[in-house]
Ligand binder design. Structure first.
Ligand code: MOS
Length: 709
């Protein structure tokens, strides 16, 4: 049969349905907390109710006597944990190690019982007495204490003489922009199931990075990494909150060892607000100097974000200003304010997604000040090279994006006057913004096996968090080997498989995909050596050689970005409707066009971008985690008070791609798209609201009361 089959050229570029779709919708897919294990005990956290102070006493008497309780761990009996590198540890503060309380929600006890209900009940009986110390969770009132910090990128950059260029600029703008604290809120909360057998720890974990979990847990427990196996077959979203490693994973492993019994810890929805990081709020101070025609002369962007008392997490909220536009003088600066909260963490789209809010609303303001169309303003300032480094872009089809999206949207029919466009009793606003996202690549390895029946097994330890990995990775192998995608399956999410990086930074297609392509090419070469003339005879070739299967290992080691400035880009156009009487802003249309290299699967790629756009709608209009300044806690640790876009908030989202093979980003020509869609939508909506109402809002999310009166 297979001999007559025509080689299915081009599995890459075909919009295949998700190969794991059926497993997911039928409930067959096994998520971490679903893992069936005998004698499983259940752990429930008790969390600190104050943001800063000391635990004086924890009364365990009632809980100890409650039915089913196996053990209660506090700082008084939890074994000492060693510090682990951060990242991949999400925070440096190890749990249950002292009487110090450094944020509300910090675990102060872990109750383990035979059933979940027994553990929950016993946890409810635990009361702690604290010595409360003066605290502050409000970074905006403490900007004078902004401190230096450093992490992935430089915190400060300087190009040209910004002061002089600003002084000589005919048009000047200086404004402050704000974004809110936000939480990831994946459908599946973080969950860990830990069990020990013969000194070997297995963790079934909802994680974006099985090797990160292995490293941190092994370090914390003081055991060799080889004695820890971490698996993650499926994860119900992550968006960054499962990228690093948080207290529940370490505690589950440590407590299971103490009890010599398998233990499961699942965060409650409320605990997802405090038991892992969040996206920080930001204050972005943007100064622009321009010619009368809108050409930029100077750009200064200073950003401040809150962080915990014990870690200096930087959200690079000025980073987009380094690269987006051709400006001769650019200064960017990042600072943190330490407050009594947990440590923040990346969230889709980290850094750029927040950074482009201030810059892109500022560009809209400049467009009105200069009397230039907002799209034309972007084109006048188009960067042919990265202005900060002078390096060429590895690929950039942003001009095509602007054109494609503007045409599809109908931007040419826009009346620029605010309040001039209407749809029935509603004001209609059209706004646009550019999108920019950094390109992150990690080393990866993979194995490809041709099985005796000609089917193909791809093995790579990478995680599937909902992005489409179980489909696009088989497509890549199928493309190289010339076999139908349906004959390729993938084993992933396991530290016993070939090592890859984390499923973050929109990196998986480039990194894991390139390693898989390498392994597949090596497997094909071995088959050719055995006399194969193509995919039609793989099974026969193995049989003739007396082989049950044939495997090849592949790897990809990205070089430093070196001579190239590597980013993905987009152009986003949004339409909003604002009712005359009750001005609730509603998004009615979004069109985005994207430059992200070669697209491996247009269907899953579109889904990724649409998902990101939904995050942008949340950023613009809904998502915010306000804190009570006195109690130092989040006001709403639930999805009734923390609003995410529901279906009725999401209109038609049109996604276009301006494809280009980017040979510098990866041998596949692909770049990343997991986070790009979440960039630019927020400011495009804010700009559309200005166009609809004439009210300039620089503080996201936009709330109805801001548009009253
Ligand atoms: Mo993404 S915030 O890099 O998981």
């Amino acid at each position: 049969m297979s001999r007559v089959m025509a080689p299915p050229i081009g599995a890459i570029g075909v919009g295949h349905d998700r190969l794991d779709g059926r497993e997911k919708v039928t409930g067959a897919a096994c998520y971490a907390a679903d893992t069936p294990v005998e004698r499983l005990a259940h752990g429930v956290f008790v969390a600190a109710t104050i943001p800063r102070g000391r635990i004086l006493r924890i009364d365990l008497a009632l809980a100890d006597a409650a039915p089913g309780v196996l053990r209660i761990f506090t700082h008084e009996n939890m074994p000492r944990l060693r510090p682990a590198p951060s990242p991949p540890a999400g925070q440096s503060l190890m749990p249950l190690q002292s009487d110090r309380v450094a944020y509300e929600g910090q675990p102060i006890a872990l109750v383990v019982a035979a059933t979940l209900e027994q553990a929950q009940h016993a946890a409810s009986l635990i009361a702690a007495e604290y010595e409360r110390q003066p605290s502050s969770v409000d970074f905006r009132s403490r900007l004078d204490r902004a401190a230096e910090a450093s992490s992935f990128f430089e915190s400060d950059t300087h190009l040209g003489n910004v002061d002089a260029a600003l002084a000589g600029a005919p048009l000047r703008l200086a404004q402050r922009y704000r974004t809110a604290d936000r939480h990831h809120s994946p459908l599946e909360p973080s969950a860990t199931l830990a069990r020990w057998e013969n000194g070997m720890l297995t963790l079934d974990d909802a994680t974006q990075y099985v090797w990160g979990v292995r490293l941190v847990v092994a370090e914390a427990l003081g055991i060799p990494a080889e004695r820890v196996r971490v698996r993650s077959s499926y994860a119900g979203g992550g968006f960054g909150c499962k990228g690093y490693v948080w207290p529940h994973q370490v505690l589950a492993a440590a407590a299971a060892r103490e009890l010599d019994r398998p233990l499961k810890v699942v965060l409650t929805r409320a605990q997802t607000f405090t038991s892992h990081g969040y996206q920080t709020a930001s204050e972005q101070f943007v100064e622009i100097g321009a010619q009368r025609d809108g050409r930029l002369l100077a750009l200064r962007n200073t950003s401040v974000n809150p962080t915990s008392q014990f870690d200096a997490y930087l959200e690079y909220c000025a980073i987009g200003s380094r690269t987006m536009y051709a400006v001769p003088a650019i200064e960017t600066k990042h600072r943190v304010v330490h407050v009594d909260r947990g440590t923040p963490t990346p969230m889709r789209a980290p850094h750029d997604g927040v950074a482009m809010v201030g810059l892109e609303i500022a560009m809209d303001e400049l467009a009105y000040a200069a009397g230039v169309d907002p799209l034309e303003l972007r084109l006048r300032n188009y960067a042919e090279r990265d202005p900060s480094t002078g390096k060429p872009f590895s690929s950039k089809e942003l001009r095509a994006c602007y054109r494609l999206a503007a045409e599809r949207f109908g931007w040419g029919r826009r009346d620029p006057r605010p309040g001039s466009m209407r749809a029935r009793r509603q004001r209609m606003g059209w706004g646009m913004a550019s999108a920019l996202m950094g390109t992150f690549r990690f080393p990866a390895t993979a194995r490809v096996t041709i099985e005796g029946d000609g089917r193909v097994l791809v093995e790579a330890g990478t995680q599937e968090i909902g992005t489409g990995v179980r489909t696009i990775i088989p497509q890549i192998a199928a493309d190289v080997l010339g076999v139908p995608v349906e004959r390729v399956r993938i084993a992933l999410g396991d530290t016993t498989l070939p090592e890859t990086g984390g499923t973050f930074g929109s990196s998986t297609t480039m990194s894991v995909g390139s390693a898989v392509a390498d392994a597949a090419a090596k497997a094909a070469a071995k088959l050719t050596e055995l006399g194969s003339s193509g995919p039609g005879d793989y099974a026969a070739t193995l049989a003739a050689a007396g082989l049950t299967h044939l495997s090849a290992d592949g790897a990809w080691q990205p070089e430093e970005n070196g001579d190239w400035s590597m980013h993905t880009f987009g152009a986003v156009f949004a339409e909003v409707r604002v009712d005359e009487d009750l001005p609730v802003p509603r998004v009615s249309r979004v069109v985005g066009a994207y430059s992200a290299g070669r697209i491996i699967n247009p269907k899953t790629a579109r889904s990724q971008i649409q998902g990101g756009m939904v995050w942008g709608i949340g950023q613009a209009l809904l998502e915010e985690s306000p804190m009570d300044p006195v109690l130092g806690r989040y006001l709403s640790k639930n999805l009734a008070g923390y609003l995410v876009p529901a279906s009725a908030d999401v209109p038609e989202l049109e996604v276009l791609f301006a494809e280009a093979f980017d040979p510098h980003a990866s041998p596949l020509g692909a770049k990343g798209i997991g986070e790009l869609g979440a960039v630019g939508v927020g400011p495009a909506i804010a700009n559309a609201v200005f166009h609809a109402t004439g009210i300039r809002l620089r503080d996201l999310p936009i709330r109805t009361e801001m548009l009253l009166g």
